[in-house]
Write a protein that binds this ligand. Structure first.
Ligand code: NAD
Length: 484
């Protein structure tokens, strides 16, 4: 008998305790060797004054076990509460969000019976850095951060996952036709790493057409790797395509820690009625057992669960007059799964998991640092002149701002070049970007930038932010203005 693996368990809020109780009962009956350490996170922790929803004692447990099995929690309404999931993901470095989207047709109705897509979403970066500012009366900004090491980590993980699970194809989605530097980096890293995995078919699609194809023919996709925000959206669409978001699983994996949960929430509308479907959380538990090196128990549970739904034993959310035989409670569903432990499904796929230890988590190689030179600055202005005439602003800057070596090369409004050049029909807000560059990217000093900003201040112009312009090994590290 193997030594029990310590696992931290959070029963969560709403339907959380009902479904977690059901899942742990099934796991124990199946012979899972886990030593449970229970923590309290979520609503009660929030209301006890822990704004992150997680008290220090809970962190102690997670740091000790390194595996968290979490039921959904309720985020209280109103401001001041931080998302527990985002806090946990970031604190524990859970950079990969692995979301299987599998059809269980005909047991569960779907228009895509052959779907078996694995979505690997980057979990820490992108627009989820949460760096937002209001800059003018009219304009709000959020920062999208994509890093090279972050991209490399998730893309390597995706290739390793594809190989270890005998999958054949990895598709990358980005929008690098528009975001050439951020999404462009993700795509470039994907192409570079693909060369190290010649056994895997690697393809890239622009996210819009990729998502459209996924919605139309999901069976054509195998594994997908995707930056954070697109991954959030695409993985929910994929879960819906399988016929039931209620069965969706989310495994959050880092180098040292992992968290497993269902994708649905705490369903307060049905809490306490014992009608919630424990399947999403159970399938998350199956992934956890694979992760902690108990793939046989994981397969036994997965197969028994499939036999249960094949037998038409369904909770009300998936009950169907023609396909279902019994409408059961949460507890009755768990008992039905336990009765079927050891059986294999008739028409759904029987699974055999390979241990996750087959997967290599590859440490990043340090990259040579490029030669970086300061060559200019984008000065963002709040300028609410009547009329909002770009030529007026352009002439004002040409007249008042003179710093040796730097020249006004363009003004944009919402990214579109509005000066110099022909008048455009675009609507101009109160937020202007004024680009100053040196001749032929000659290096300049911070002192020159300070002089430039001093002149803006002297001219009474409200500069709200600056973005320095650098070259890296001589290549510009900034995009052109639209229409430039
Ligand atoms: P929800 O997923 O809780 O519920 C949406 C609908 O699906 C409801 O009608 C609910 O009854 C039903 N449903 C969800 N899970 C079900 C299950 N297992 N069995 C049967 N029916 C189920 O989404 P919501 O109502 O938007 O959110 C409720 C709360 O959950 C909010 O406080 C939200 O912040 C939280 N939430 C938590 C997580 C998490 O902890 N990971 C994820 C999403 C939402």
């Amino acid at each position: 008998m193997t030594h029990p693996t310590p696992v931290t368990v959070a029963y969560g809020d709403g339907i959380g305790p009902e479904i977690m109780t059901a899942c742990l009962k099934i796991m124990q009956a199946a012979g899972a060797q886990i030593a449970i350490d229970t923590i309290e996170v979520g609503e009660r922790a929030y209301l006890n004054g822990h704004t992150s929803g997680i008290p220090a004692s809970a962190w102690d447990s997670i740091h000790r076990t390194r595996v968290l099995y979490k039921a959904p929690i309720t985020t209280p309404q109103g401001g001041g509460y931080k998302s527990l999931n985002v806090t946990i993901r970031k604190t524990l470095g859970l950079f990969a969000n692995v979301r299987p989207a599998v059809s269980y047709f005909p047991a569960i109705d779907t228009r895509h019976p052959l779907m078996k897509v694995m979505i690997i979403r980057e979990n820490e970066e992108d627009l989820y850095a949460g760096i937002e500012h209001r800059q003018t009366a009219e304009v709000y900004q959020t920062l999208k951060l994509i890093t090279r090491p972050g991209s490399e980590k998730i893309i390597r993980y995706a290739f390793e996952y594809t190989r270890a699970n005998n999958r054949k194809k990895l598709t990358c989605f980005t929008k690098d036709n528009i975001m050439k530097l951020t999404d462009g980096t993700f795509h470039k890293v994907f192409d570079e790493i693909a060369k190290e995995y010649p056994d895997i078919k690697a393809e890239h699609m622009i996210i819009d057409i990729g998502a459209a194809r996924l919605a139309d023919r999901p069976e054509k996709f195998d594994v997908i790797v995707v930056p954070n925000l697109y991954g959030d959206i695409v993985s929910d669409i994929a879960a819906q395509l399988t016929g039931s978001v209620g069965l969706g699983v989310s495994a959050n994996i880092g180098e040292d820690y992992a968290m497993f949960e269902a994708i649905h929430g705490s369903a307060p509308d049905i809490a306490g009625q014992s009608i919630a479907n424990p399947s999403g959380l159970l399938l998350a538990g199956v992934e956890m057992l694979v992760h902690i090196g108990q793939p046989e128990v994981a397969a036994t549970i997965n197969n028994a669960w499939k036999v249960t739904i094949e037998d038409g034993i369904h909770t009300p959310d998936i009950y169907h007059d023609e396909r279902s035989t019994h409408k059961v409670s949460t507890g009755e569903f768990a008992d039905a799964v336990i009765e079927r432990l050891g059986k294999t499904p008739e028409y759904l796929r029987t699974v055999k998991f390979s241990s996750s230890s087959n997967m290599r988590l590859i440490k990043l190689k340090p990259q040579p640092r490029p030669a970086k030179a300061l060559v200019g600055v984008d000065v963002f202005l709040d300028w609410d002149h009547d009329p909002r005439d770009p030529a007026l602003l352009g002439h004002l800057l040409e007249e008042r701002i003179h710093t040796g070596g730097l020249h006004l090369t363009m003004i944009t409004n919402r990214g579109l070049k509005v000066y110099p050049g022909e008048e455009t029909q675009t609507f101009c807000t109160d937020h202007w970007r004024c680009r100053f560059l040196s001749d032929q990217y000659a290096p300049i000093t911070h002192q020159q930038l300070l002089e430039l900003l001093g002149q803006f201040a002297a001219a009474g112009l409200d500069f709200i932010k600056t973005e320095h312009l650098y070259t890296f090994d001589g290549q510009p590290g900034f995009s052109l203005g639209q229409g430039e």
